[in-house]
Design a protein around this ligand. Sequence first.
Ligand code: GLN
Length: 535
Amino acid sequence: MGQASDSGAVGHDAASDSGAVGHDAASDSGHPAASEGDTLVTAGVARLLAMLDAGDVSAEDVVTAHLSRIAEYDGDVNAFLTVLADQALDHARDIDRRRVRGEPLGALAGVPVAVKDVLCTRGEATTCGSRILEGHRPPYDATVVTRLRDADAVMLGKTNCDEFAMGSSTENSAYAVTRNPWDLGRVPGGSSGGSSAAVAAHFAPLAIGTDTGGSIRQPAALCGVVGMKPTYGRVSRYGLIAFASSLDQAGPFGRGVADTAYAYAAISGHDPMDSTSIPEPVPDVREGLDSGVDRLRVGVVVEALGGGVETGVAARVREAAELLGKLGAKIVEVSLPHAKYGIAAYYLIAPSEASSNLARYDGVRYGLRVDGDTAEQMMAATRSTGFGDEVIRRIMIGTYALSAGYYDAYYVSAQRVRTLIIRDYREAFADCDVVLSPTSPSTAFAVGAKADDPLAMYLNDVFTVPASLAGLPALSLPAGLDERGLPVGVQLVAPLLGEAVLFQAANALEAEVGFDPVPRGGNAVHPPDTAHANA
Ligand code: GLN
């Protein structure tokens, strides 16, 4: 995260602003002063761990700095549905006590993390952005949450998302519209828009999202952060509330590739509680991060830079390919001839699985209940009140696609297309080690621009869905800005279990791109002071 020092001049102004307005309360109460707090919110994971390890700061300082920034600016962004301030501070103080006593600490001890509200947290509201789960407090933690806690990462709260992770803008949440930290009039992408916005706004250095068809990678692209979807089965789905079970996968966000790798290392690995979890050890992706790309072949997807892609996006992707070539990678062209059918196949398979998974919300077992004269009326009233329009649309499409007489025409055809896409990638990976494309055809769009046009919304995922259908690991990283000053993401896709090469290629490209992850621009969230970030 060496870019932060570039922006010293801008950051200095920001510091004097925030010193005058906002942070007085923090210094009165013995909390870090503004610039000190800003150092803590801009530091990457490695630096935070080094400062904590050296005793320069306490976990309580780190958590307090992030909670203060959330308290001050999340009213503008709406990244969080729930902030677990007391719980986070208790955990931080416990880490500090254990450190003083020389007791063993987890690998992320004291590093804050924000978690998408589709992951179960014991005793704490878990809504999936839906009214139907209002008041639901799961009796257990998702494995991802348990692993973060075992690593002593400090959970700051639960982030907003499209209802049941269905959407590409976070506008389908029943509770709030999350704003893009780069331009508060625009969407952060979705469905994990709360998590990507939390990281971009410097509310947390790390966040966890889930990706069924692009919901980590697309919001990462639109918010100028790194987002990674692991190989299907690499990260446990235990406690991840199901949308489309053959596609759902949790993964990390960070403001840099190395940070994201820390979170991936913490959450990945076999879990006997998830029958689709891969029973293989996970290589430490951090070991090969600096291996460079000079022995790698990068396949540029020929179909992905044609029509329908914004010129600013296409330009940054071409530059990324050139930069990788300059670094010594061999650039080849690859074709994914069936990827263009990915969206059509995904929007049969995902709704089919969703229609089955969402049958459990019946007014009896979880959350909301709207009474009626009969059990059936109660269920109908609960479901039509509790589910939003997009969820109802998907339940109807999925029920139709699975019904007798249509099953072969729709669901089975879609599964056949899925197989063809898997084969396309297999052939592509005969010629290359990673595949490069845009993450999303556009940069962040205005709030409301696509809200009434489901098909336009679905097309956001045209480049992310194919890797989801094939179960492949994929990562989006910032490749610069478009002509409006909005972040552009490029996507790298690797073969099954190829996370190490994915991080390796992304890390090399990131260093060459030199992207500054602090949102700038007239309508951006108030930036942290980066003047002291590398002091
Ligand atoms: N935008 C896609 C959808 O609406 C993908 C969502 C996701 O990955 N969870 O289904």
